[in-house]
Structure formats: structure tokens, C-alpha cells
Design a protein around this ligand. Structure first.
Ligand SMILES: [Zn+2]
Length: 387
């Protein structure tokens, strides 16, 4: 077993023991045969949960809006027109899907994310054991009422098995049409306790009250909303009642990663560091129906993130991340911790935003052969050298 000693969990120094892909105990002493890693006061968090991303769309440039839009349809129409005339955007879309999906996973891994709720079809690549993050597989989804129409949306909700989240973009805009999407979903019977609305910018007090009464919830993407509309959803009451998870959306409109999104969230609503962390850990896990994710607790998955001692999550940038563990396996981190956990052949020295890091060697090797790259990630050194 692996024993992480001297780590700070929820404000207390403790030891976390891991067997395979699960946490076995929190607060029990290491046993003689354990492999021990002393974290010397660093914070141990559950791996972060990004509640909304479009994984193949993260290598694309963030498009500057020509104006503030009133609803997402205006933006989609403009994007379609741009695609026909803008070479770089067309070229970026031509990157093979498998490569784009891998890059979307790497974007998330490097920011401490271990679970992503992907909003689009569940491509087989996302379920591959070598994919760098866990992708939620038990979910129902529809794009939006605007794209799919009422009959298809209702059918999607009806087909989603009980106990799975059902996720849809809704009220993404500031006009009456965006606001009316909420009422239409309610009339269709799609506003239930399994419903997660993405965006909700246009929701007024009445709709938010109804959302809470239905035990539905919101996936909040403030960066994307501010980029397109200049405003975001009013989430104060929803956060207070535990009805919000945070998502990046793709880089086409959203933040560069979930750590940046946390800063955007903190800039919109005054929250304690604990409340903010909950949006990407406990609350996200509960709303996405992932009972064994989002906490450092016995029997939880060993999806873990180590950040420097005393550093609140909203201050962490991806170069600060000390270690990311997925399903009990370390994939990325500082060379000292990485090499303490596995032989140097397991690691490739890379640079992330200028800082030397260790990336799991087979993942680094796959990235070397892609036609596109992850901004800020330099695959600098010879495979097998991480220190
Ligand atoms: Zn989206």
C-alpha cells in the first residue's frame, strides 16, 4: 500500500493510505510494508471535477466576440460564418478527433482535474484506460432546446436512466428567449432532481426559486458567460443551497483551465475557500452522481491532487501543482514527488508554463506525435529523465 504522510486534509495533518485505486484509510498510521511518501505539510485534495467541457474543442483559439451577444444562437451563427472565412479556425478543426480528445484530457490533467463531465457524445477514446482523466460515463444529455427542439430534448430526458444526471445547455443568454428556455423545459417535464442546466445566465429570481424547489442544479461557467454576454448567472442562493458545480466549457469561449475558472468564480461571488473548493469537489460529485469521487475518505477513489502547503485552491496555478494521482496512479507532478513514487523510466521531464515537471512517460510519448499541442506544455527532454 501507499501511505501519504504529513499531508494536510481539511485543515488537519494526517496520513492517507491507498491500496490500488481506492483510499483505504484516513488518519491511520502507515504499516511496516507500506511505501511511504512524506508530503511535509502539502495539501491533499480530491482530484478536481470539471463539470462541463467539450473535450475535442480545447486546442482551438479563444475567439474574441465581435460584440456582446443576447443569446447563444447569435454567437453560433457568427461562428459558423467565421469558420467559412478564417483559415486558422478551419485548420484547427481539421486536427483528427482522437488527437483533439487527448489534448482535451491533457488540458484537464495539468490543472489538477481527474474527472470531467464531457458534453457531447461519449466517444470510445474517452473510455480508454489510457485516457488521462476519468470521463463521466453515466449521464444523459441534450445540447439545447435551440439545437435539438422540444421533442428530442424530452425524449433524451425520458431515456436517461434513473439516478443518472441529465445535462443540457439552457438559458445561455440575456434575452427573453434565453429565459423562456427554462419555462419550456419545465413545461416539458424536464426539470427534475436529476437535471443539470449548464449556464442559466438568463434565470431570474423566480426561475432560480423553481430550480431549487425542483432539486435541480446549475453547472456554472462564468468565464464563458462573461466572454459572450458580459454577465454571468446569479448563483449566490444556488451556491448556498449546494446546487452549483463549476465547469470550464471549452477554450473556444471559456477559461484556459479549471484553476482559472475558480478565480473567475471567486471574482463574481464572495465565498469561503471551502465553499469555492466544494464547487469542484463535493458538490460537483454529488450533483453528477459520483459517490466515490470528490472527497478524501475511506473507500473513495484514489483520485488525488497535491498542492503546496497553505495554498488555497483559487491561488493555485498549474505550475504550482505538486502531484496528480488518477485511480491510484501518479500521472503528473513535481519531479521530487513523481520520482519518489516510481522509477525514473516512468517519467518524462517536461516544462509546464516554464517550470520543470514530470509527466507519465507513455502519455508524453503519445503527445510527441500529435499534430497539435497543449499551450504552455514543452516536451523538452529525453524520455525517462525527470529529475
Ligand atoms: Zn457547453
Amino acid at each position: 500500500m501507499l501511505a501519504l504522510t504529513g499531508c494536510e486534509v481539511g485543515g488537519e495533518r494526517t496520513t492517507v493510505r491507498i491500496a490500488g485505486s481506492r483510499i483505504v484509510s484516513v488518519g491511520e498510521r502507515p504499516e511496516v510494508q507500506d511505501q511511504v511518501l512524506d508530503l511535509a505539510g502539502d495539501r491533499l485534495l480530491p482530484g478536481l471535477i470539471n463539470a462541463h467541457d467539450h473535450l475535442p474543442l480545447n486546442h482551438l483559439p479563444r475567439l474574441e466576440p465581435a460584440r456582446r451577444y443576447r443569446n447563444v444562437r447569435e454567437w453560433i451563427d457568427e461562428l459558423d460564418a467565421q469558420r467559412r472565412v478564417e483559415g486558422p479556425l478551419e485548420a484547427a478543426v481539421a486536427v483528427p478527433l482522437g488527437e483533439r480528445l487527448l489534448l482535451g484530457g491533457v488540458k484537464n490533467l495539468l490543472s489538477g482535474v481527474t474527472t470531467v463531465a464531457h458534453h457531447d457524445p461519449l466517444y470510445p477514446e474517452l473510455c480508454d484506460p489510457g485516457y488521462p482523466v476519468r470521463v463521466v460515463t453515466r449521464y444523459g444529455w441534450a445540447h439545447s432546446l435551440d439545437i435539438e427542439g422540444e421533442a428530442k430534448v424530452r425524449e433524451s430526458h425520458r431515456r436517461t436512466p434513473a439516478g443518472w444526471p441529465w445535462i443540457i445547455h439552457a438559458a445561455e443568454g440575456v434575452d427573453e428567449a434565453a429565459r423562456d428556455e427554462f419555462r419550456r423545459l419545465d413545461r416539458l417535464g424536464c426539470l427534475q432532481s436529476d437535471t443539470l442546466l449548464v449556464h442559466g445566465v438568463a434565470l431570474g429570481p423566480q426561475e432560480r426559486h423553481r430550480l431549487i424547489a425542483a432539486s435541480a442544479a446549475l453547472i456554472w461557467c462564468p468565464s464563458s458567460n462573461l466572454h459572450l454576454f458580459g454577465v454571468t448567472a446569479d448563483v449566490v442562493e444556488l451556491v448556498r443551497t449546494g446546487r452549483v458545480a463549476l465547469g470550464t466549457d471549452s477554450r473556444l469561449t471559456g477559461s484556459s483551465d479549471l484553476l482559472d475558472e475558480l478565480r473567475a468564480a471567486a471574482g463574481q461571488v464572495a465565498m469561503t475557500p471551502g465553499a469555492l473548493e466544494s464547487l469542484v469537489t463535493r458538490d460537483a460529485a454529488r450533483l453528477l452522481r459520483l459517490p466515490d469521487c470528490g472527497s478524501v475518505a475511506p473507500r473513495a477513489r484514489a483520485d488525488l491532487l497535491v498542492v503546496p502547503a497553505g495554498m488555497p485552491l483559487q491561488r493555485v496555478r498549474r505550475r504550482d501543482i505538486r502531484l496528480v494521482i488518477l485511480d491510484g496512479v501518479a500521472l503528473y507532478g513535481d519531479p521530487d514527488l513523481a520520482c519518489a513514487l516510481g522509477p525514473s523510466e516512468r517519467w518524462t521531464e517536461v516544462r509546464v508554463d516554464g517550470r520543470v515537471k514530470a509527466l507519465e512517460a507513455s502519455l508524453a510519448e503519445r503527445l510527441r506525435h500529435l499534430s497539435a499541442g497543449e499551450p504552455g506544455l514543452e516536451l523538452t527532454a529525453v524520455a525517462g529523465r525527470a529529475a
